[in-house]
Design a protein around this ligand. Structure first.
Ligand code: F6R
Length: 248
């Protein structure tokens, strides 16, 4: 794992956006699609703002981009205020020229018996495109990546998962109380994340410093799924000073 520390999250987000823009342009020159794995939550907000700026001010086109989001709450209406479909539209998709049919976010409206097939097809679509070129991740306070909570296996597939209590508590503000917060979600499995050609995990603030230390300097363990990235040959943790403050 590489770690890169920036003065603040704005500078860090711009650097990540630059890497993504460069990759999109290389793929454009090769007449290839660019397959991006995307995250929601607070950590990538500055990244998406910078990508929108690059589109509007510097002519970056997303016409060759195919995106796969990591996760969605289940159940979830796509136009609900807390849906990750809505998050992605409002922060990125509606402001760039990505084709709607190229934007994939797990479906929060499936009936239970269709989830397994749907998850298999989600992975098959990624495979048919040659895999994820660049995966963006945030990290939960418990070390989750996507919604692969503590205990998720390294070869875990895309699936319906139960959210950890602390994940639900972290989300409960958005849902106006724990009782309204979903108990389950659909998440890309650890295996597909590990198969991405490039992985960038972003974390900001003192509150993430302990889990960043455990993920990068601690042992590789299923209790901290982000620690699996120690085995990835092209993963970088992009941090602000506060998130990096406990690293030796
Ligand atoms: C979101 C996701 C989660 C978040 C993580 C950190 O799609 O997969 O793993 O990245 O919970 O969330 P924030 O960035 O809000 O601290």
């Amino acid at each position: 794992i590489g770690t890169v520390v920036f003065e603040n999250s704005t500078a860090a987000s711009k650097a990540v956006a630059k890497e993504i823009a460069d990759l999109i342009r290389v793929k454009q020159a090769q007449k290839q699609p660019c397959i991006l794995g995307l995250a929601t939550g607070s950590s990538p907000k500055g990244l998406y703002a910078e990508l929108v700026r690059l589109h509007k001010e510097e002519g970056l086109s997303f016409k060759n981009v195919v995106s796969f989001n990591l996760d969605e709450y289940y159940p979830m209406e796509p136009d609900s205020v807390n849906s990750y479909v809505r998050f992605m539209k409002e922060l990125l998709f509606n402001h760039v020229d990505i084709l709607p049919e190229n934007c994939h976010v797990p479906d929060g409206l499936l009936s239970k018996e269709n989830i397994a097939d749907y998850c298999e097809q989600y992975e098959a679509k990624i495979e048919a495109l040659g895999g994820i070129d660049l995966q963006i991740l945030g990290i939960g306070g418990n070390g989750h990546i996507g919604f692969n909570e503590s205990g998720s296996l390294k070869n875990s597939k895309t699936r319906l998962v139960a959210l950890d209590h602390i994940t639900r508590v972290a989300a409960s503000g958005d849902f106006l109380g724990l009782e309204n917060t979903p108990r389950t979600a659909i998440t890309l499995g650890v295996k597909k994340i590990m198969e991405a050609k490039r992985v960038i995990l972003m974390a900001w603030g003192e509150g993430k410093s302990n889990i960043i230390k455990a993920s990068t300097e601690g042992e590789e363990t299923s209790s901290v799924p982000a620690s699996y990235l120690q085995e990835h040959n092209n993963a970088t943790f992009v941090l602000d000073k506060e998130a990096a403050s406990k690293l030796t």
